[in-house]
Ligand binder design. Structure first.
Ligand code: MF3
Ligand code: CO
Ligand code: CO
Length: 277
């Protein structure tokens, strides 16, 4: 059965641009606070307050309860070093020199969701840490560059896999991107590795995330007893970036963009960061 993928109207796309920009601005806001000595709970509290008081939005994560899961207890996910995703902010988790940190935020405003994440390196980067963070960024963009009408979702996985194979890095299979709009996690599931089952063709108006989780070691994962935190089974470092992609008539556009959005790699052809002057 082919999944029903929402084709968004021009008005819905404008609403998704607005909330997407706000979710990116939330990462801009937190950037100067992401330093050695801060706890991940302090960062979560700052982002929760900014989301409500400045952005006029709400966290989509706090209390989020997918089937078979316990409610997610915090407003953001902060995943450090070998944590792949869904790291729960904690006063006990203090950032230290050399850590690689993913901050993943999803907010909801006027019924539309904005979801994106970036990596941060604390203090002096390690060689292994900065290589992996940069590789995960390139992996995400290689997947995004496969988006255009006529191609299929499988082309994202093919591109991401090829990129990481060349670097000897692995990609997590169990978690992927997702459609997004008036629903947080909508159809389709976006695999970052090739699938042997048929996938849908891109059509203008589709909106989804690309968010590959890239491991320095093997791809396998372990779920911690808290029911949320996902770590690499071999304790190797893991990195992830996430953007929202809109399929256009000729290619794609990025919806989670703001002043602080990093420039794409120089080989990216399909998108130029807008100027916010
Ligand atoms: N933001 C994550 C994603 O990219 C989902 C986090 S769900 C939570 O899909 F409950 F863990 F916050
Ligand atoms: Co997502
Ligand atoms: Co996310």
């Amino acid at each position: 059965m082919a999944p029903k993928i929402t084709i968004h109207t021009p008005e819905e796309i404008e609403a998704m641009r607005r909330v997407g920009r706000l979710s990116s601005q939330l990462l801009d806001y937190i950037t100067p606070f992401v330093k050695a000595g801060v706890s991940t709970l302090e960062l979560d509290n700052l982002m929760d307050a900014y989301t409500e008081n400045v952005l006029g939005a709400k966290s989509a994560c706090k209390g989020y309860t997918p089937e078979g899961m316990t409610p997610y207890p915090r407003s953001t996910c902060i995943s450090v070093n070998h944590v792949i995703c869904h790291g729960i902010p904690s006063e006990k988790k203090i950032l230290k020199n050399g850590d690689i940190v993913n901050i993943d935020v999803t907010i909801v405003k006027d019924g539309f969701f904005g979801d994106n994440s970036r990596m941060f390196i604390i203090g002096k980067p390690t060689v292994a840490g900065s290589r992996l963070v940069q590789a995960a960024f390139g992996c995400m963009w290689s997947g995004i560059e496969a988006v255009r009408p006529g191609n299929t979702f499988n082309d994202i996985g093919i591109a991401c896999k090829r990129y990481c194979d060349a670097l000897g890095l692995s990609i997590v299979h169990e978690y992927g991107g997702h459609g997004i709009g008036r629903v947080f996690h909508a159809e389709p599931h976006v695999s970052h590795v090739p699938l042997s089952i048929p996938t849908a063709r891109f059509e203008p108006g589709m909106i989804f995330t690309v968010e590959p989780m890239v491991n320095a070691g093997r791809r396998h994962l372990t779920m911690l007893n808290d029911g949320w935190t996902v770590v690499t089974k071999d304790k190797s470092l893991s990195a992830q970036w996430e953007l929202e992609v809109l399929v256009t008539e000729t290619g794609y556009d990025i919806l989670t963009v703001s002043e602080g959005t990093p420039e794409p790699p120089e080989w990216v052809k399909g998108w130029k960061k807008p100027s916010f002057a």
